[in-house]
Design a protein around this ligand. Structure first.
Ligand SMILES: [Ca+2]
Length: 458
C-alpha cells in the first residue's frame, strides 16, 4: 500500500460522536437565526434552535469524559436551512454556527485534547442560493456557470418542474455537473482547503452513491495528498464493496450493519444465528482493513433513534451499544443517545440535546462510559480478530483476539443463560473486577458479559 492509501491508524482506536450542530448546544444566543425557538421543543423540518460550534466547545469536557475521541458534524457551511445540506458558500462556516473563527477555536481545542474532527462534505449538489447557480438563473446560457449544472433548455425553469438535475428532485438543491472539470477542481479545492488550512481530520461524503465513482476516487486522492491520515467516510446505504475495492473510501456509515442491529437487538425479528450470518456476510464482503475503519452506528440524523425502535427498552439500547463497543470498526454515538434521547424519523430524530440532567437516563450514560473505557483499554476489542463462539436462540458470544489479549463478549436478549467459556486460564470481568473460570458463564437476562485475559494461557 502506498503512503496515504488505506484507512488511517487513528480510526481503529476512535470513538465517534455525531452532532447535528443546530441541536447540540447553544453557546452564543447572539448568533441565533431569526425565529429561533426556545431550547427543547419538538423539531419540525424548518425550525432553528440556535445550537452552534461555541456550544460544542463548551461541552468538550463532557464528551471527553464520555470517552469520545472524534466528532463528526453534519454540514456547517453557510446555508439557509437548519440541516445545511444546501450549501451556499463552501468556504464559510455559517454565521449562526459561529463562523470560521469558531471553527478555528474548536479545532484547536479538540486537537489539544487529542480529539479529531470530521466534517460533512456535500459535493453532489449545492443550495439554490449558491452564487454560481444564481448567476445561471439570472443570465441563462450566457452565464459562465451554465455548464456547472445540468440544465436543459435556454434558461433555468423551476415551476412546475425544474428543468435541471437536482438532488432527489428537490428544486432547491441543484446538482453539480461533475462532467465539467472546472466543477471538479472547485469541489476538490474545498476538500483541500479545510484539510490544509484548518487541519480537519477527515470528510464524511454525503450521498456518495449519487456521485461519479471516479470523482469520489479523486476526492480520496486529493484528501490523502493534503493529509495522509485523513479519514474518508462515505454515506453509503447499500453494500459498499466496490468503493473499498477501488480505493475510494476508508469507511462508510455502516447502515448495513445497523439493519442487523435493528432486526436482532431492537425488534427481535432475527435469531442470534441469523444475526451472526449477517455479520459474517458483511465482514466477508469488505476487505479486512476496511472492516476495521467502519463507522458503526445505531442512530443518526436520517433514521429513527435506536431507543425509540426498542420502544424505550434501555436494556436493548445498551446491548446494541455494547455490541458496537466490542465489534470490529469504530463505534459511533449519535448525540443524545447516551442520555436516553428518543425520536422517530427525520425531523423527530433531531431534537435538541436535553441539558436538564434530571431527565437523563443515567443507566445508559454510565453504561456507555464504562463500555467505551473497556474498549479503549483493550487492544483485542479495537484491533483484534473475531471468532464466533455461539449463536443460539437469543444469545450470541464471540472472541476478539489480539497478540497479547483475548476478550470474550456474550450478549443475551432472552432469559438468563449459560454461555460456553473456552478452556484455559482465568478470565477477569473488567466491570466487576471478578475472576472467572470454569466452562460456563452466566449471562443475565437482557444483559451481557465481557471478560478479558492475557492471550496464550490456554
Ligand atoms: Ca447560537
Amino acid at each position: 500500500m502506498e503512503r496515504g492509501e488505506g484507512p488511517p491508524e487513528w480510526v481503529l482506536d476512535a470513538v465517534f460522536y455525531q452532532i447535528f450542530p443546530d441541536r447540540f448546544r447553544n453557546g452564543d444566543p447572539g448568533n441565533d437565526p431569526p425565529g429561533t425557538r426556545p431550547w427543547g421543543g419538538p423539531p419540525d423540518r424548518h425550525c432553528f434552535f440556535g445550537g452552534d460550534l461555541w456550544g460544542i466547545l463548551e461541552q468538550l469536557d463532557y464528551l471527553e469524559d464520555l470517552g469520545v475521541t472524534a466528532l463528526y458534524l453534519t454540514p456547517i457551511f453557510a446555508a439557509p436551512t437548519n440541516h445545511k445540506y444546501d450549501t451556499q458558500d463552501y468556504f464559510q462556516v455559517d454565521p449562526a454556527f459561529g463562523g470560521n473563527g469558531a471553527l478555528r477555536v474548536l479545532i484547536s481545542a479538540l486537537h489539544s485534547r487529542g480529539m479529531r474532527l470530521v466534517l460533512d462534505g456535500v459535493f453532489n449538489h449545492c443550495g439554490e442560493g449558491h452564487p454560481f447557480f444564481q448567476d445561471a438563473l439570472r443570465r441563462g446560457r450566457a452565464s459562465p456557470y451554465w455548464d456547472w449544472f445540468s440544465i436543459w433548455g435556454e434558461e433555468v425553469v423551476r415551476e412546475p418542474e425544474p428543468n435541471y438535475a437536482c438532488w432527489a428532485g428537490v428544486p432547491s438543491m441543484p446538482e453539480w455537473n461533475h462532467r465539467n472539470p472546472e466543477v471538479r477542481e472547485y469541489l476538490l479545492s474545498v476538500v483541500r482547503h479545510w484539510l490544509t488550512e484548518y487541519e480537519i481530520d477527515g470528510w464524511r461524503l454525503d450521498t456518495v452513491e449519487y456521485l461519479p465513482p471516479d470523482f469520489v476516487r479523486q476526492v480520496y486522492r486529493v484528501a490523502k495528498e493534503a493529509r495522509p491520515d485523513a479519514y474518508i467516510l462515505g454515506e453509503v446505504m447499500g453494500m459498499a464493496t466496490s468503493w473499498f475495492k477501488h480505493g475510494a473510501l476508508d469507511g462508510v456509515m455502516n447502515y448495513r450493519l445497523r439493519d442487523g442491529l435493528v432486526a436482532f437487538f431492537a425488534r427481535s425479528e432475527w435469531s442470534a444465528q441469523e444475526f451472526a450470518q449477517h455479520l459474517y456476510a458483511l465482514r466477508r464482503s469488505y476487505p479486512p482493513a476496511s472492516n476495521f475503519a467502519q463507522y458503526n452506528l445505531v442512530s443518526s440524523h436520517d433514521v429513527p433513534r435506536f431507543l425509540t425502535l426498542c420502544r424505550g427498552d434501555r436494556r436493548r439500547l445498551i446491548l446494541a451499544y455494547t455490541f458496537l463497543c466490542t465489534y470490529i470498526g469504530a463505534p459511533a454515538i449519535y448525540y443524545g443517545d447516551e442520555v436516553g434521547l428518543t425520536g422517530g424519523g427525520d425531523p423527530d430524530c433531531r431534537r435538541p440535546f436535553p441539558w436538564d440532567e434530571s431527565v437523563w437516563e443515567r443507566e445508559i450514560l454510565s453504561s456507555l462510559r464504562e463500555l467505551i473505557r473497556i474498549r479503549r483499554a483493550s487492544p483485542a476489542l479495537r484491533r483484534g480478530g473475531f471468532r464466533l463462539l455461539e449463536a443460539r436462540g437469543e444469545l450470541i458470544s464471540f472472541l476478539r483476539e489480539s497478540r497479547g489479549e483475548e476478550a470474550l463478549v456474550a450478549l443475551n436478549l432472552g432469559e438468563e443463560k449459560q454461555a460456553k467459556l473456552p478452556a484455559g486460564g482465568p478470565w477477569r470481568d473488567p466491570l466487576s473486577g471478578e475472576r472467572v473460570s470454569g466452562s460456563r458463564l452466566a449471562v443475565p437476562a437482557c444483559g451481557f458479559r465481557i471478560l478479558r485475559r492475557a492471550a496464550g494461557r490456554a
